[in-house]
Design a protein around this ligand. Structure first.
Ligand SMILES: Cc1cc2nc3c(=O)[nH]c(=O)nc-3n(C[C@H](O)[C@H](O)[C@H](O)COP(=O)(O)OP(=O)(O)OC[C@H]3O[C@@H](n4cnc5c(N)ncnc54)[C@H](O)[C@@H]3O)c2cc1C
Length: 535
């Protein structure tokens, strides 16, 4: 496997989201020869079209993988999830690091807690940058959610976010790529800074598996993906690396490792187990405009109280009252106002039929759709119980691709335990109390009943921990039993956080770099970790 034609790098990074781009930058800046292999295409802001038609930026840069009981939506492009995310960047609360789940022991390694991660969060906040928006910058939907919470005796506050509000035009199309460069994706900071330091980023390179070489290096085997029809392979190749940084995302990293097992030897038991969807669940409320005007006094100044579902950014306001560390595990959660484009909403929103049952077709659904501008979408982030398990890997790729872009069928199986179901029920009841019981509209669960659980925050499929039986990585992010393989993406996060996870993924990736440098030094490659900002 070490023929003369195989290119050699100090580090090959697999995936270019938060977990991949951050180490790529620091390692390249420290003098390492770094290659990033990314499955998806590279698009610039000019190519982000505000459309959901097939072949638009939306279908090119997204990946929707349907599983059994859990589907995952993620990025498929250079920049990964940062290109499609809503840029809500809260830090995980202190109690999230102390979680025990049903296992009954601390899930995070003892070396990591909120206090020890804070300096790394600080670095990410400066690099992107992240800021907490003022009430003047909050969207109508965020304002409506804040007013509803206030009426119910709750607090709600603006989220820290990586959006430059001076550039944002509130178009609400940030999900298919921000055409204004207002959203601070990795394409605006870490990736160009990595490239300025000699790092090479190759798009449309899908890694299939790894093999180990006699000297302890790894060979990374990839397919070259067709730029339009991702089902097609237009070539294959391999590159050698002294150290591999695996950051293909929590729905992909375990699949690559599972497929590599016949070549590398046994994987830790926790590879492909303990998946968490970050406890997500979406509800859609159809608000009563008169109640908003008469009871809350909402007024857009043009005679309309709200009717603004389509205006604004992603999540901007959340209520954190139930993020109380004195509450028992599975009773703590956040509820964020959120926006998904109507295209998805119209398919997945369920209407209540006259007999009280859910309906996705017919008159009730039509009526619900006709009021879409008065929708308020709410995102619950509860503590789930790490119930996801991946089956045997498909012959190639992360999932069986069902269409030329976007859709795949994966092997993830998810059966929520009573702990998780009760946590969702508690958050659902809270939303109903705040909206329905107060007379502000009708709330319909949006997902789960139709497609099973659904997440944009896949976590924990290759997690950190101190217990070798239930964690795949030690506290340096190195894969147990496989020196020189580091996992730095969301799969490393041990459990649901009750907040959006990218800030934590990014902080962990920052923290991992020194450990990767230490392993490189042992292999005779000196890389300086300078803690630079990606400018
Ligand atoms: C619509 C949406 C909105 C979101 N909003 C927020 C938000 O507001 N706040 C927040 O905190 N989080 C948000 N997220 C989640 C966030 O995007 C992820 O938590 C984050 O990107 C995870 O980082 P990662 O490095 O683990 O993986 P990713 O960012 O997903 O990066 C993995 C990369 O690896 C590539 N890849 C996969 N397989 C292979 C392979 N075999 N070979 C090579 N490359 C491969 C993928 O194409 C991808 O680019 C959102 C996600 C979505 C989908």
């Amino acid at each position: 496997m070490t023929g003369a034609s195989v290119e050699e790098f100090d580090v090959v990074v697999i995936g270019s989201g938060f977990g991949g781009s951050i180490p790529a930058f620091h390692l390249a800046a420290g003098g390492a020869r770094v290659l990033v292999l990314e499955r998806g295409p590279r698009l610039t802001s000019r190519e982000y079209d505000q459309s959901l038609r097939f072949g638009s930026s939306a279908t090119r840069i997204f990946d929707f993988t349907a599983g059994d009981g859990m589907s995952v939506l993620g990025g498929n492009c250079v920049g990964g999830g940062s290109v499609v995310y809503f840029a809500a960047m809260p830090r995980a609360p202190r109690f999230a690091f102390e979680r025990r789940g049903s296992l009954g022991h601390r899930l995070w390694p003892s070396a990591i807690d909120r206090e020890s991660l804070d300096p790394w969060y600080d670095r990410v906040a400066e690099a992107l940058p992240i800021k907490r928006h003022s009430w003047d910058e909050v969207s109508y939907a965020g304002g409506a959610w804040a007013a509803i919470c206030d009426h119910g005796g709750r607090t709600a506050n603006p989220l820290p976010s990586a959006v430059d509000t001076a550039k944002c035009v509130n178009c609400n199309w940030m999900m298919s790529g921000c055409a204004e460069d207002a959203k601070q994706s990795l394409l605006l900071n870490y990736i160009p800074a990595a490239e300025a330091n000699g790092c090479e980023v190759r798009e449309l390179h899908e890694v299939q598996h790894l093999t180990r070489d006699a000297d302890g290096s790894y060979t990374v085997h990839y397919s070259h993906v067709h730029p339009v029809d991702y089902r097609e392979t237009v070539g294959t190749g391999s590159v050698r690396a002294r150290v591999v940084v695996l950051a293909a995302g929590a729905a992909a990293t375990p699949v690559i490792l599972q497929r590599s097992e016949p070549h590398l030897g046994a994987m830790p038991d926790a590879v492909g187990r303990y998946f968490s969807g970050n406890g997500e669940r979406i509800n859609v409320a159809s608000l009563d405009e008169s109640a908003l005007r008469d009871t809350l006094g909402l007024d857009r100044g043009d005679g309309r109280a709200y009717e603004a579902f389509q205006i604004g950014r992603g999540p901007v306001v959340a209520t954190w009252d139930r993020q109380d560390e004195n509450l028992p595990e599975f009773e703590r959660y956040a509820i964020e106002q959120l926006y998904f484009p109507p295209g998805l909403g119209t398919i997945l929103a369920q209407a209540r039929t006259s007999d009280g049952g859910p309906g996705w077709f017919g008159l009730e659904k039509k009526e619900l759709l006709s009021r879409w501008q008065s929708w308020l979408m709410l995102f619950e982030l509860i503590e789930d119980d790490n119930e996801g398990v991946f089956g045997a890997p498909p012959p190639s790729g992360n999932a069986v691709r069902l269409s030329q872009q976007l859709l795949g069928r994966g092997t993830l199986r998810y059966r929520p335990r009573a702990t998780t179901r009760a946590a969702w029920a508690r958050a659902d009841a809270d939303v109903r109390e705040l909206i329905e019981d107060a007379g502000f509209g009708q709330v319909e669960p949006w997902t789960n009943d139709l497609v099973g659980a659904y997440t944009v925050h896949p976590l924990a499929s290759c997690r950190l921990g101190d217990d070798p039986a239930t964690s795949a990585l030690d506290d340096t992010h190195e894969l147990r039993g496989h020196p020189g393989i580091f996992v730095t993406d969301a799969s490393a996060v041990p459990a649901a956080l009750t907040v959006n996870p990218s800030n934590t993924v990014a902080a962990l990736a920052e923290r991992s770099v020194q450990h990767i440098c230490d392993r490189l030094a042992e292999r005779g490659i000196s890389v300086r970790y300078g803690g630079l900002l990606p400018v």
